[in-house]
Design a protein. Structure first.
Length: 256
């Protein structure tokens, strides 16, 4: 890597961007610009969405480019073969549990599944604890919303998490700020802990011995899960648990 500048305000930007980008594209004069831009667009929006870095040097910017045809870019829809099996397992575990809790992360909003999530919660009637970036995943007036978990969280969400016997995490990678460092204290009473993540590499960091790992797109899973519960006329069975969580929330609102 060069340590001196050759041009005005020159810097090795591509190398600096590489660790925080899904992919780096460095355009040269003989680059197929259209194909690279289309690939960059799809790369940013498929699987785990994230930034790509495109480096356009000044000589490329000065080029006159003639293109015969630009085709519409279609991003893969994220269909998954085993999604129905995974949904059946999740819904079955929820129905069998006595104190289920969903941990909702900002990934749900990022994939545009906020409305599907809200409809699903209203249908299944399950308490929700969010991460801080997803604190608006449900209206603050919703009786199913307990607030967010983590080091700066209010206590009502953490109390529910400590007592839940089934936990479903979706839209969050559950970093140390949210779960702490002693995993025996995180969801200690959960007989089943389901983690949904689009990035399979996140599962290398196993949080609980009893966790069920599901690689899935949050939008696809929530949309199909809503359809599945509606089609099978799911009946809520956790009224007492929801009522207890609501009592805890109201008590802690007066104390804190």
């Amino acid at each position: 890597m060069l340590t001196r500048q050759l041009g005005f305000q020159e810097i090795q930007a591509a190398q600096m961007a590489a660790p925080i980008s899904k992919k780096v594209y460095e355009f040269e004069l003989d680059t197929d610009y259209v194909a690279c831009l289309q690939e960059a667009y799809c790369t940013a929006l498929t699987k785990r969405k994230g930034p790509v870095y495109i480096d356009l040097p000044i000589n490329v910017c000065r080029e006159t480019v003639t293109v015969d045809e630009i085709k519409t870019v279609t991003v893969p829809d994220g269909k998954q073969d085993k999604i129905q099996e995974q949904i059946e397992v999740i819904v079955d575990n929820i129905a069998k549990s006595k104190r289920p809790l969903i941990i909702a992360g900002a990934g749900i909003k990022q994939v545009g599944a906020k409305e599907e999530f809200r409809k699903l919660i209203e249908l299944m009637q399950i308490p929700v604890a969010s991460t801080l970036p997803a604190v608006d995943i449900l209206p603050s007036t919703s009786k199913y919303m307990l607030g967010y978990i983590g080091g700066t969280a209010r206590r009502e969400a953490e109390i529910a998490l400590q007592n839940a016997d089934f936990v479903l995490s979706i839209g969050t990678r559950l970093c140390s700020k949210q779960v702490g460092h002693n995993m025996s204290l995180f969801a200690p009473k959960a007989k089943t802990f389901v983690r949904v993540d689009i990035d399979e590499s996140e599962f290398e960091r196993k949080l609980k011995d009893n966790e069920l790992q599901i690689k899935a797109d949050a939008y696809v899973l929530l949309k199909e899960m809503l359809s599945y519960t509606q089609k099978n006329q799911y009946k809520p069975v956790h009224e007492k648990w929801v009522e207890n969580c609501d009592k805890i929330y109201n008590i802690m609102q007066k104390v804190d």
